[in-house]
Ligand binder design. Structure first.
Ligand code: GLV
Length: 325
């Protein structure tokens, strides 16, 4: 009998084709994230689950799925999965690192440029039929070249953003809990503690995972340390930034601008005060959303799942301790 798998949203067809060759799968075909009661209804018979960052896969979901052996999350981040609960139940949890690194770094840089040069504000002016003239004082932004770029989290994506910064002749500094002397040399970046990074940077871009230690890592105190001209970019996870503090910092011009691909919560509530501000660009969590990258992520999620279901070590398992005999 083929293993049973549930897929929580439509993913690229090539990946589903491969999955279908060795598994019986069902899929949530809704446009929006699968509601929790539907997940609980769908999982009792499944051996494997392909989940997304919009799905909360916690202890109760695992309890509803007594046969579940692999949770393959189609994302590099896996804060939506309760990994300790999975480990307790000997369920493998997998993610999709690497394939989205450059695509995500490109988008972080796109946000940075958009905020610095007020691209989206300018577009709003044109669309509102309000572009009346070229003006020497109209929509003046900030230069990216030769500015200081502060990277929080010099992992795979942070390192790619550093390269892009170097390509723009920026001075690149970073903060991480692990000092990366190898990358300091390779990329020409300098380590700073978080406080001095915030104080020195013209652009602060976040590339660390969401963990209890990074929840609201950037809040009121941190905004006070930043330059009034600083621009904050977050393409990691929304809750790393305290959004109320961000609103106050932007409104009071404690910092100049923000560009977000992630919010707290997602989607951003329609009455969120951030949406009333002009000095912010907000994208709907699309940093990895290129055709090629989403296809690779889906294939990787399927490959992880199939390996785990076969009893092999999935190429990208985040809790390998479950494999220990
Ligand atoms: C996207 O946010 C991901 O974690 O892959």
């Amino acid at each position: 009998m083929k293993p049973k798998v549930y897929v929580t949203r439509l993913i690229p067809a090539v990946a589903l084709k491969k999955l279908g060759e060795s598994c019986d799968y069902r899929i949530w075909e809704g446009e929006l994230a699968i509601p929790r009661d539907a997940v609980l209804r769908e999982v009792p018979e499944v051996d494997g689950l392909i989940s997304l960052l919009t799905d909360k896969i916690d202890g109760p979901v695992m309890d509803a799925a007594p046969r579940l052996r692999v949770i393959s999350n189609m994302a590099v981040g896996f804060d939506n999965v309760d990994v300790p609960e999975a480990t307790k139940r000997k369920i493998m949890v997998c993610n999709t690192p690497g394939v989205l690194t450059e695509t995500t770094a490109d988008f972080a840089f796109a946000l940075l440029l958009a905020a610095a040069r007020r691209v989206v504000e300018g577009e709003r002016v044109v669309r509102a039929r309000k572009w009346k003239t070229w003006g020497p004082m109209i929509l003046l932004g900030q230069d990216v070249h030769h500015a200081t770029l502060g990277i929080i989290g010099l992992g795979r994506i942070g390192a790619e953003v550093a390269k892009r910064g170097k390509g723009f002749d920026m001075k690149v500094v970073y903060y991480d809990t692990i000092r990366r002397s190898d990358l300091e040399e390779q990329l020409g970046v300098e380590f700073r503690d978080l406080k001095s990074l915030l104080a020195d940077s013209d652009f602060v871009t976040i590339h660390c995972p969401l963990l209890p230690q990074t929840h609201h890592l950037i809040g009121e105190e941190q905004f006070k340390l930043m330059k009034n001209t600083a621009i904050l970019v977050n393409s990691a996870r929304g809750p790393i930034v305290d959004s109320k503090a961000l609103y106050n910092a932007l409104r009071n011009r404690q910092i100049a601008y923000a560009a977000l691909d992630v919010t707290e919560p997602e989607p951003i509530p329609l009455d969120d005060p951030l949406l009333t501000l002009d000095n912010i660009v907000i994208a709907p969590h699309i940093a990895s959303a290129s055709v090629a990258t989403r296809t690779k992520m889906a294939m990787m999620a399927v490959d992880n799942l199939l390996a785990g279901l076969k009893g092999e070590r999935p190429p990208h398992i985040v809790n390998p301790e479950v494999l220990a005999k």
